[in-house]
Design a protein around this ligand. Structure first.
Ligand code: IPM
Ligand code: MG
Length: 371
């Protein structure tokens, strides 16, 4: 057995496969040029796994995920599987990975690249140098609360129930991650809930305030209602540093934040578990965008979110900060040179393909490392 880090690669469906290929090319480049070797295993997930293995994630794949040091995830889903029962649908694989690896902390940075400032839907001065981090709780709340289901009441009526639930310890552990991350950034946390109408919001606000008072009183803490936060994100996004929020609000707010940056195709994410007694934590890295069936197979996908998710893996799972920065720098440089996939190009600009963007990154890696 080699001592190499084990990465499980799950490309998934649609453009997931295309963007993952560009990361695999970077992994090859690192092996050849920097003698950095990973043990890579690749398996099916999502609709692809359902078609071949009868479930969107098999037990064998889950086992591999648990054994790996990090999981790289592409994207899942597509209308082909719309009528598959919920527990076997492509999205169920994602939820099972999150839950069984206990990936409670989802980091979704929204950073505006200078070169893409004109792709943002907001005016330039509102988003120049924008750098915010949405920290979304990922393993509880309404996504997992019980009871849930649809019951028949009578011949014409049915009743659907989802349960929003949070415990003190679940709020406490995500709160600690938020404050710790804020320390590495601009020392500001905005905690977001709906304590004006929801009990979970009341408990959330209390637990975060107590934690702040006891352990993090040097960090600036604001509380904000979720609807107001949605509005503030498009009104004055630079007021935020770390936005701490629950599973459902985090899902919504991170899509809004994504659009401020110009393209969903640019946003990476990391989902992290707790440190175990061996100092190891489970982790999964995936682009915020989905499988985009409408453009799949056409070479139109932007691989940069996937590539930057890989860079996040190097940083958060393996402490390889220099290599992580090298990849981020390549992305900056390639964009500054005007290279654009269709999702980030202005009408007068020429678009390049997924492959060409991947090759441009490799070329830039060569330049930056003097090859
Ligand atoms: C996300 C996605 C998922 C979610 C879906 C695909 C289950 O929207 O990661 O933001 O709702 O969490
Ligand atoms: Mg979402």
């Amino acid at each position: 057995m080699s001592g190499n880090k084990k990465i499980l690669v799950l490309p998934g469906d649609g453009i997931g496969k295309e963007v993952m290929q560009e990361v695999l090319n970077i992994i090859d480049w690192m092996a050849k040029n920097k003698s950095i070797e990973f043990d890579i295993s690749e398996r099916l997930v999502g609709g692809a796994a359902y078609d071949q293995e009868g479930d969107s994630i098999s037990d064998k794949t889950m086992e591999e995920a648990i054994k790996s040091d990090a999981v790289l995830f592409g994207a899942v889903g597509g209308s082909k599987w719309d009528n598959v029962e919920r527990s076997k649908r492509p999205e169920a694989a994602l939820l099972r990975l999150r839950k069984e690896l206990d990936l409670f902390a989802n980091l979704r940075p929204a950073v505006v690249f200078e070169a893409l400032i004109n792709s943002s839907s907001l005016k330039k001065d509102l988003v120049t140098d924008l750098d915010i981090l949405i920290l979304r709780e990922l393993t509880s709340g309404v996504y997992f609360g019980k009871p849930r289901g649809i019951e028949k009441i009578n011949a014409v009526e049915e009743r659907a129930v989802d349960t929003q639930s949070y415990s003190t310890s679940e709020i406490h552990r995500i709160g600690k991650v938020a404050f710790d991350l804020a320390k590495l950034r601009s020392n500001k946390v905005t905690s977001v809930e709906k304590s004006n109408v929801m009990e979970t919001g009341v408990l959330w606000r209390k637990v975060i305030s107590d934690l702040h008072k006891k352990e993090y009183n040097k960090i600036k803490l604001d509380h904000m209602l979720a609807d107001n936060c949605a509005m503030q994100l498009v009104r004055q996004p630079k007021q935020f540093d770390v936005i701490l929020t629950d599973n459902l609000f985090g899902d919504l707010l991170s899509d809004i934040a994504a659009m401020l940056t110009g393209s969903l195709g640019m946003l990476p994410s990391a989902s992290l578990g707790a440190l175990d007694s061996n100092g190891k934590r489970s982790a999964m890295y995936e682009p915020v965008h989905g499988s985009a069936p409408d453009i799949a197979g056409q070479g139109k996908a932007n691989p940069l979110a996937m590539i930057m998710s890989f860079a996040m893996m190097l940083k958060y799972s393996f402490g390889m900060n220099e290599d992580s920065k090298l990849i981020e720098q390549s992305v900056h440089n390639v964009l500054s040179k005007g290279l654009r996939t269709p999702d980030i190009k202005q009408s007068h600009e020429k678009a390049i393909s997924t492959k060409e963007m991947g090759m441009a990154i490799i070329e830039e890696l060569n330049i930056l490392s003097g090859k």
